[in-house]
Structure formats: C-alpha cells, structure tokens
Design a protein around this ligand. Structure first.
Ligand code: NAD
Ligand code: MG
Length: 300
C-alpha cells in the first residue's frame, strides 16, 4: 500500500479523528456541548466554504449543538443566512454557534423554545422567515433520544414526547415552511441508522427514525413537481450531547462507535458536507434520498 505521509492533503478516514473512549457521564436532558467530555468537532477550525449556498436562508432545528451546530457553521461559511432553533436551556451552546455564523458576515438568528409546545411549533417558521427575510432551506434536525432497556420502562409520556419532537414537529414545521420555500428550495430531515438497525434499548426513537425516512420519500414525490426537493441524512454513531443525556446507557459510552468499519465514532463536522450538498443547487436531481453517513455500516 502506498504511504500517504507525503500527501498532506489526504486523510486516512480511520485516523482522521481519534478513536475516543468517553468516560461515563450523565448530563440532564438536553445535554450541552459546552460540558461534553471529550469535546466534539463542529468544523470551527476546518470547514472551508466555497459559496455553494450563497444568498440562501436556512432554518436549522437543534442548531445549537452536535450535528445541527456543524451544519449551521458550514451553511454560513457557504454564504447562507442561518436561523437556529434550540431549547432555552441550550443558550450557552447557541451563543457559540451564533458567534460562528456572525464571524462569516452572514445574518444569524437564535429562536429558543420547546418543540413540545404547540404555540412555539406553530410560530417558529414564521419567526425564522421574518428574521431572515425569507426561507429556502429547512433542516429538521432536533431530536429526542432517551434509552429504555425494557418496554415496561417506556412510559406513554416518553413515547409521546419522542414522537412529538421527532415526528409531529417535523410535520408542523415542514407544512409551515411551504408558505415560504420557493422553487429550488430544499427540505432536509435527520433520520438515523436506527431506522434500519434498531437498538434494543431505543425502540421508540428508532420507530420515529423509520417514519422520518418514509415521510421524506413520500413528501419528495409530492413536492418534486413543485420544484422543492426533500431528502434525509442518516447518521451513524456521532459524538454529540444527545448520547450523554440518557441517549445511551453510561456503560456503553467508552465503546461508542467502535463497532463500525472505521472503528471510531463520527464527529459532527463530518456530517456538514452531506447537508450542504443536499441543500445546494448541485443536488438538483437528488430527491427522496437518504444519505447514510455512518462509518461504513451496510444500509439500504
Ligand atoms: P444534539 O443533542 O446536539 O442535538 C439534538 C437537538 O435537538 C438539541 O440540541 C435540541 O436543541 C433539540 N431538541 C431536543 N428536544 C427538543 C425540544 N423538546 N424542543 C426543541 N428542541 C429540542 O444531538 P445530535 O446527535 O446532534 O442530534 C441531531 C439529530 O441527529 C437528531 O435528530 C438525532 O436523532 C440525529 N442522530 C444523531 C446520531 C448520533 O449518533 N449523535 C445518530 C443518528 C441520528
Ligand atoms: Mg443541544
């Protein structure tokens, strides 16, 4: 095999990021990137834009941390104005992302609220469009994941909240966005490898992710003729605060993401480019697609 040490432009994906073994840690829901151990990479030092979203206006739910934060930073560096939605408890993370957006010279808007609150769900898209002066990208990325080892431990309240955040909010926000999205606009949903390979302790969460795939494909057929593309990204194990705020049992954290062919978890920064691609004009013939970004696990 040729040695790539003389090729500084070429990264080995196995070693591009370390194979971390996070210590057990419990953050209250929602977790914060600010206190995540070890820290995650959102591309602050690395993502280079090239004008692929120049002039665009995006709303990203859960844009304060994890995957949503990496997407928000990348979108701004690609020339988009960006509104992020997040829970009020996540203000510290949101401030970091808003500063990153503003550093690019693009417009930033922070829209805190709880997607369990129907009033917030009903007004969020209007508020984002007002703040940015329009909207042509919606990224449905907020998600609730709380593990339960046994079905008997899974309360109706938790099932209802997981479905409200992951599914009902997606319907409400997407419907509201259709008032603003012009031809050429884009909707990107965040599903998961859990849609195809559900973990025994995440049955409510995995069910919502399978539903997101079906919603994405059906809505893409519906909106394609109107010139609006709907796609999804399906991450595998990615190091984010979701995992340490009861997303996984603590004893699983040291091995998190070790079972994929690359042997390590993904970093949020590695998710940004797929979301950029799907939103961009370069993806004009791509719709109803689920882009799997999972370290190499076979997926449909
Ligand atoms: P994250 O915790 O950084 O992001 C999730 C966000 O969801 C939070 O920041 C929060 O703002 C938002 N959210 C949760 N409940 C909310 C509520 N009631 N109201 C408003 N906002 C709420 O974690 P992440 O891993 O970056 O998650 C982003 C998306 O990626 C989620 O949809 C998640 O299911 C999906 N995903 C993550 C992984 C992974 O391994 N991290 C794998 C597959 C899919
Ligand atoms: Mg967060």
């Amino acid at each position: 095999m040729p040695d790539n040490t003389q090729m500084p432009y070429l990264n080995n994906p196995v070693t591009k990021y370390p194979k971390i073994s996070p210590p057990p840690q419990d953050q209250p829901e929602p977790g914060l990137d600010a206190t995540l151990d070890p820290k995650a990479d959102h591309g602050e030092k690395t993502y280079q834009g090239s004008g692929r979203l120049a002039g665009r206006k995006a709303l990203i739910t859960g844009g304060d941390s994890g995957i949503g934060a990496a997407v928000a930073i990348a979108y701004a560096r690609e020339g988009a104005d960006v509104a992020i939605a997040y829970l009020p408890a996540e203000e510290e993370d949101a401030r970091h992302v808003i500063a990153q957006i503003q550093a690019t010279g693009q417009q930033a808007a922070g829209l805190p609220g709880d997607l369990l609150d129907p009033e917030y769900r009903d007004s969020l898209v209007d508020d984002a469009a007002e703040a940015l002066g329009g909207l042509d990208i919606l990224v449905n990325n907020a998600g609730k994941q709380v593990y339960a080892e046994k079905l008997e431990d899974l309360t109706d309240q938790q099932v209802s909240e997981t479905f409200q955040v992951n599914i009902i909010a997606m319907f409400t926000l997407t419907r509201a966005a259709l008032k603003y999205l012009p031809e050429g606009g884009s909707i990107i949903n965040t599903t998961s490898i859990q849609a195809y390979q559900p973990s025994a302790h995440l049955v409510d969460y995995a069910s919502t992710k399978a539903a997101i795939n079906a919603f994405t494909k059906g809505l893409a057929e519906q909106l394609g003729p109107r010139g609006i593309r709907v796609n999804a990204v399906a991450p595998g194990p990615v190091w984010t605060p979701l995992q340490v705020s009861f997303g996984q049992p603590n004893e699983r954290l040291p091995h998190f993401g070790h079972n994929v062919p690359l042997g390590r978890p993904g970093q949020p920064a590695e998710l940004a480019a797929p979301y950029v691609f799907l939103a961009s004009d370069e993806a004009s013939y791509v719709l109803g697609e689920t882009l799997n970004v999972n370290g190499g696990k076979p997926s449909p």
